[in-house]
Design a protein around this ligand. Structure first.
Ligand code: ATP
Length: 236
């Protein structure tokens, strides 16, 4: 089943056309990746889905509801968690309080407690560090808090923007395992990555974005074998 449909969207920043009419179909319960170099429009695409950046034209559908033009907090409430590049934690708040910011629109205490436990089960270290300031954590641990905060909004769809950025290789593998686990648990994931090797190995379906357009799309395994993709993005 298709959970999210992006239909021919255009996004402009002043005179810059960052997205020039792209269309994506995101299947429920799977990982879809967007790869592409700096400035291709990957982050803009995620911001358009979460309602941070308005469309100039086109439509975005989440399940049977049209969500372009809907306020970002309402989109969160509908089940979309955006984990932005750079994590954006509150440095002078505890790990626990940072996690709880993910639940700011919720009133269902039992559900919130269940999801806090889910975050701690994904990342046991966060339970140990729950009273520590976020700023005292390592980069990898901060990424775990950003994941956990996403879980606390009780989403159906995760939008990850470069979760591996700036992490040591061993932590990159850990992040990858957690993204896989989310999909195994039934969440739907859109993964934006510059690390195309990693992204294609995790995803079921993939889109290559270049200068605001989709230039290649298909099964992630097929893209791993696509001559152009191998040369341009996999360094082979
Ligand atoms: P990166 O990996 O570097 O983040 P990206 O593929 O995510 O790249 P975007 O950040 O979506 O690309 O940027 C797409 C284009 O839009 C770029 O040309 C960028 O300079 C421009 N752009 C992005 N945000 C803004 C903004 N707030 N104001 C003006 N131009 C912007």
């Amino acid at each position: 089943m298709i959970l999210l449909s992006i239909k021919n969207i255009v996004v402009r920043y002043g005179g810059v056309e960052a997205l020039k009419g792209i269309s994506l179909e995101i299947e429920e319960g799977s990982i879809t990746t967007l790869i592409g170099s700096n400035g291709a429009g990957k982050s803009t695409c995620l911001k358009a889905v979460s309602g941070i950046t308005p469309l100039s034209s086109g439509e975005i559908w989440f399940k049977d509801k049209r969500i372009d033009g809907v306020k970002p907090e309402k989109i969160v409430k509908m089940g979309v968690a955006h984990i932005p590049e750079g994590r954006r934690l509150f440095p002078h708040m505890s790990v626990y309080d940072n996690l709880m910011t993910g639940a700011f629109l919720r009133r269902d205490k039992p559900g919130i407690n269940r999801d806090i436990e889910k975050a701690y089960s994904h990342f046991p270290i966060l339970r140990k560090r729950k009273r520590q300031y976020a700023q005292s954590l390592s980069g990898g641990e901060q990424q775990m808090v950003a994941f956990g905060r996403g879980l606390l909004s009780n989403p159906k769809l995760f939008l990850f923007d470069e979760p591996s950025l700036g992490l040591a290789p061993i932590l990159v593998n850990e992040v990858a395992d957690h993204i896989k686990r989310l999909a195994d648990e039934g969440y739907t994931v859109i993964l934006v990555e510059q690390n195309a090797n990693l992204a294609l190995s995790l995803a079921k379906r993939a889109y290559v974005l270049e200068l605001g357009k989709v230039t290649v799309e298909g099964d992630a395994r097929e893209l791993q074998n696509n001559e152009y993709v191998r040369k341009a993005y996999l360094g082979i």
